[in-house]
Each structure stands twice: as structure tokens, then as C-alpha cells.
Design a protein around this ligand. Structure first.
Ligand code: 7TS
Length: 419
């Protein structure tokens, strides 16, 4: 098991007081906190060897290039990619998905073709495909979500057919916490000649993920949700697909030979990394990977499964007041718990918890169709866990939710605290 007390000492922000109360940070699905080693890696770069990469002959530039490429190697190993050319650095998951939409998908999807998504996608894995489908006269189809919050795969054979060119789906839902059987679906996608993109924004930070084992063609994730800095993320692309892809952005770094009339492309993966990259962020992401590897991703997953089980048990007391969403089976559930009470608006709940130092998220969590059309509510409150969260923090969440219910039930009908 993780030594959570020791881990907590590595995160300076966790000793912060909010309104005079210790911070209880339960908004990890939005972004994680950062350990000192990641923060220090950024400082070391700017103080010690700040220089542009891949272009200088001087000592600092050679050092920054070396550290930058070492970070790529760490991330490549972390996600089980075969080679460093398979990892393209992007700003975040959103940019990774847009890169695929603008390159491979724009070149390979045409009128009448189908893109298969699920009803539990984040807007980042929905809106790019809506735009592409409109441009190309293609059709979006959706794997439905059951009342238990899992995918209904009973009709998959019809949904996934010879017209399907791409399956693009989340590995773990940021609202329900559901972990989807992406490996099985990858095999089925390939059997009909489709490719598969996995939105791993919520899985790569929280469980072992191996792109080779999953057999996916694309996988996108964000550093900021896995202890790393903002503004950097990764897109894995399998080799046969990478070879067929035209560049995304063009300019410096991504070219080999340029004349006044034409240009040839740089080697992979630089071909997809135009312009000066986020050097500090990439090196910080490498430090985040070091930190997670020192804990072991199996241990990370184990800790969160145990804490989620503890929380779901503790929250049972409140099951008359709140709907809790997502599967009960912990083997297919990450550390995300969304809930809703018709008596308390999620934003009011979020504000009241904040007064006690507890940070949760309230809203549609950028999954408006799922929240509004499937769960039937405008917003939910969401608590999401990471390596530094404890059972004591869960107890405090539960007792503060009880307090909130008492507080709001005293409010006369027709008036709310937010007025
Ligand atoms: N996909 C999933 C499943 C996500 O949860 C998120 C972010 C994204 C894509 C987009 O990631 P980004 O780094 O490009 O922004 N999810 C959330 C969330 O649940 N609350 O804030 C951001």
C-alpha cells in the first residue's frame, strides 16, 4: 500500500489552509496537485539550462535537448510505446484528439463513413468529431450508457460495421468513473477495419496503461492530471498509422529541407511538433513520471480503488438524499464519484464544501450530453481522488455533506442561499 502520509509531505500545497481550514483537495479529475520534485524540475530548467532544443550547438542547448528527449523516453516507457517516434508532445488531451481529427481522420474519413463514440465522452472527444462529420458528410454513432453507468455493448455488432472508420472513446469516464473495456473494443474495431483512439485523460494518471497491450492506434493524455505541469500532454500513434499521416501544424522544427517553393518533413515524431515546444513542461512531465513510477501504478490504482470503496460505503448513509452515479463494481471503476440531490443545487453544495476547505467540482464536467440527456440533471457535484487523499478526508466530506443537507433543509421553500 502507498505511504500516504509520506506522499502528502511531497506536495507543498497540501499544507495550505483555505479559510483557515486544511485543504481537502477532491478535484483531481480536473487537475492534480504537483509534488516538489516536479516544481523543482521546472525551476532547475529555467535557472540552470534554459535554452531552445534541437537547434543549438552550445552547452545549454545540448543539455536542454538531452533532458527534453530523456523526458520523452520516460513517457514512452511509462505508456508502453514501442519507440520514441510513437510519442508526439501536444498541449493536452484536447489537442491530441484535434491533431488526429485534422490529420489522419481528415484524410481518411469521407461521405457515408461512420465514427463510433460513446454517450459518456468529454466534449474534447465529441466536438472535434461533430465538426469533422459535418465537414465530411460522415455520421456519428454512439454506444449507449446503461442506468448502471456502463457501456451497453449488446448492439455493438450493428454499431461497429464496415462503414466505421474510427472508434474514439474514453478509457475512464470523468463523470461516472467507469473504466471501459477498450482492449476488447480495439480488437473488434480492427476486425471491421476501423482504427481506435483512446481518450486516456483519466486513465493514464490513475492505473497502469500500456498502449501495446491495449492494441490501440491513438491514445491521448494530459500531464496536468498526472502530477505534471499544465500545457503539455502526449499523443501516442502506432507506427503504421504514423507513416501515413501528413503533418498537423507547419513551420520550424518539423521540416528537413526548405526551398522558396517547397519543404520536406523532419523525422518522426518532430514532424508533428512544429515550433518551440513546451520544454520546461516536458521535463516536468518526465519528473511526474519518475514520481508515479517510484510509487508503482498498480499501487496507485490499488489505493484509489480502496478509497473509492470506502467512500461509496460511507456515502450509503446519504443514499436517500443523493443519487450517486457510476458502477458499483470497483474493478471497473476509478476514483470519481458524482452525485446529485434535488434539494441542493450542486453549485451551492460546492460553495458550502469550499467554506470547509473541501474542493470538489460542480457542473456538467464538460460532458453536457451525458449529464443533461442521460442522467437528466443540469449539473452534478463530483469528488475525485488521487494518491494523497485519505479516509479522514472522505469522512470529512461525508460529515460536511450531512451538514449541508441540514443547512439547506432549514432554508424556507422558494429561497436559496445563492438567492
Ligand atoms: N477527456 C477526458 C475524459 C477528460 O476528463 C478531460 C478533462 C479531457 C478529455 C480534456 O483534458 P484537457 O487536459 O485537454 O483539458 N476533464 C476535466 C474534468 O473532468 N474537469 O476538468 C477537466
Amino acid at each position: 500500500m502507498l505511504d500516504v502520509a509520506k506522499i502528502r509531505r511531497d506536495f507543498p500545497i497540501l499544507s495550505k489552509l483555505v479559510y483557515g481550514k486544511p485543504l481537502v483537495y477532491l478535484d483531481n479529475a480536473a487537475t492534480s496537485q504537483k509534488p516538489s520534485s516536479v516544481i523543482q524540475a521546472l525551476v532547475d530548467y529555467y535557472e540552470g539550462y534554459n535554452a531552445n532544443v534541437h537547434r543549438g550547438v552550445h552547452a545549454l542547448s545540448m543539455e536542454s535537448t538531452q533532458r527534453y528527449e530523456e523526458a520523452r523516453e520516460k513517457v514512452v516507457r511509462f505508456i508502453g510505446a514501442p519507440d520514441s517516434e510513437n510519442l508526439i508532445f501536444v498541449r493536452n488531451t484536447t489537442e491530441g484528439i484535434n491533431l488526429v481529427a485534422s490529420t489522419w481522420a481528415a484524410a481518411n474519413i469521407g461521405p457515408g463513413d461512420e465514427i463510433l463514440l460513446t454517450e459518456m465522452e468529454h466534449h474534447s472527444n465529441l466536438v472535434p468529431w461533430q465538426r469533422l462529420a459535418k465537414d465530411k458528410d460522415a455520421r456519428l454513432r454512439f454506444i449507449p450508457v446503461t442506468d448502471e453507468g456502463t457501456l451497453d455493448l449488446s448492439n455493438l455488432d450493428a454499431l461497429l460495421n464496415h462503414r466505421t472508420k474510427l472508434v474514439s472513446m474514453t478509457h475512464m469516464s470523468n463523470v461516472l468513473g467507469t473504466i471501459n473495456p477498450v482492449k476488447d473494443i480495439a480488437q473488434k474495431a480492427h476486425a471491421v477495419g476501423a482504427l481506435i483512439l483512446i481518450d486516456a485523460a483519466q486513465s493514464v494518471p490513475h492505473m497502469p496503461v500500456n498502449v501495446t497491450d491495449l492494441g490501440c492506434d491513438f491514445l491521448a493524455f494530459s500531464s496536468h492530471k498526472m502530477l505534471g505541469p499544465t500545457g503539455i500532454g502526449g499523443l501516442y500513434v502506432s507506427s503504421p498509422v504514423l507513416e501515413q499521416m501528413e503533418p498537423f501544424l507547419s513551420g520550424g522544427e518539423m521540416v528537413q529541407e526548405v526551398t522558396f517553393d517547397s519543404a520536406t518533413w523532419n523525422d518522426l515524431p518532430m514532424r508533428f511538433e512544429a515550433g518551440t515546444p513546451n520544454i520546461a513542461g516536458t521535463i516536468g512531465l518526465g519528473a511526474a513520471v519518475d514520481y508515479l513510477e517510484s510509487l508503482g501504478m498498480d499501487q496507485v490504482r490499488e489505493h484509489e480503488t480502496q478509497l473509492t470503496g470506502y467512500a461509496l460505503d460511507a456515502l450509503k448513509e446519504l443514499s436517500e438524499d443523493f443519487n450517486f452515479y457510476g458502477p458499483a463494481d470497483l474493478s471497473i471503476r476509478g476514483g470519481i464519484i458524482s452525485f446529485y440531490s434535488p434539494d441542493v443545487h450542486p453549485h451551492d453544495l460546492g460553495t458550502l464544501l469550499d467554506q470547509e476547505g473541501i474542493a470538489i467540482r460542480a457542473g456538467h464536467h464538460c460532458a453536457m450530453p451525458l449529464t443533461r440527456d442521460k442522467l437528466g440533471v443540469a449539473a452534478t457535484a463530483r469528488a475525485s481522488f488521487y494518491i494523497y487523499n485519505t479516509e479522514e478526508e472522505v469522512d470529512l466530506l461525508v460529515s460536511t455533506l450531512k451538514k449541508a443537507l441540514r443547512y439547506f433543509s432549514k432554508t424556507p421553500t422558494g429561497t436559496t442561499r445563492s438567492g
